[in-house]
Ligand binder design. Structure first.
Ligand code: ZN
Length: 268
């Protein structure tokens, strides 16, 4: 369903949160403003229900989907290790029903006192012949807290649709994360960290991740923490360079670093 583009020019406006009626049912709203963490929780609940409904009605379209549906493939690693492209998000829902999601705070709106409050939905306006049209975008991270993680960006006319698309896309971008303990101070041989230091890049952002001994925790910023936590990494040191205010690029850089872990291990 391709929508005809009649964009004349892009006009960035102040970003704000838009919450649809369905998603805010039974949620306390103070002065018409909903807190980002509450929004995430509500959206997650709505999405969880939709995932269940979609899975119940799933008729696989791809051979991979059919193999999963007929339980010929029962482990996601069989797919990821062979580098087979997943084209149906239901494959992931079927094999990993306990996947968790997080939204990266890619949006922002002016807060009290001139600061900028970070939000999970970014709203932009485009000028069309028919007037100004608003688009929401979201950036989702999905993971099983144990070595499987993915990221995806979604756009839609409503915030919820953008989130749903982002989560579905993230499921199509799953990677297997090589965990380990490459810390000489620790040397436990476990998998609480990463096996060696690694670099990832996206846009102007570069992140360097280093193995850390047990107990250090995730010594990185909050957005980076989300993806590392969903990947199941417990201890790490990180150093970022470039414009880390672009949180989309920051999380993408971490994703690329985690992808590189696997690549270098295979000696590619
Ligand atoms: Zn260790």
């Amino acid at each position: 369903m391709a929508r005809k583009k009649t964009t004349v020019e892009e006009v960035p406006i102040v970003e704000e949160i838009v919450v649809e009626k369905e998603a805010v049912e039974a949620v306390p709203i103070v002065e018409g403003v909903i807190k980002p963490e509450v929004l995430v929780e509500v959206v997650e609940r709505v999405i969880k229900r939709e995932v269940e409904q979609r899975l119940a009605a799933w008729r696989p379209k791809t051979q991979l989907g059919k193999n999963v549906f007929e339980k010929k493939i029962t482990n996601i690693n069989e797919i990821l290790e062979k580098g087979i492209k997943i084209k149906e998000p239901e494959i992931v829902d079927f094999l990993l029903p306990d996947m968790e999601n997080e939204l990266s705070l890619i949006g922002g709106r002016p807060g009290k006192g001139g600061g900028n409050q970070k939000t999970p939905i970014r709203i932009s306006a485009k000028m069309h012949r028919s007037g100004r049209r608003m688009t929401s975008s979201a950036f989702a991270i999905v993971g099983n807290n144990n070595g499987i993680v993915g990221v995806g960006k979604g756009r839609g006319r409503e915030g919820r649709l953008a989130v749903e698309k982002a989560i579905q896309k993230a499921k199509l971008n799953l990677i297997k994360v090589e965990k380990g303990c490459g810390s000489w101070e620790c040397g436990c041989g476990g998998d609480h960290s990463i096996p060696f230091k690694i670099i990832g890049k996206a846009g102007s952002v570069t992140i360097r991740l280093l193995p850390a001994p047990r107990g250090v925790g995730l010594a990185v910023d909050n957005e980076t923490k989300k993806i590392l936590r969903l990947a199941g990494i417990k201890d790490i040191w990180g150093k970022t360079m470039g414009n880390t205010g672009t949180r989309y690029n920051l999380v993408k850089a971490v994703y690329n670093a985690l992808k590189n872990l696997h690549k270098y291990k295979l000696g590619e």
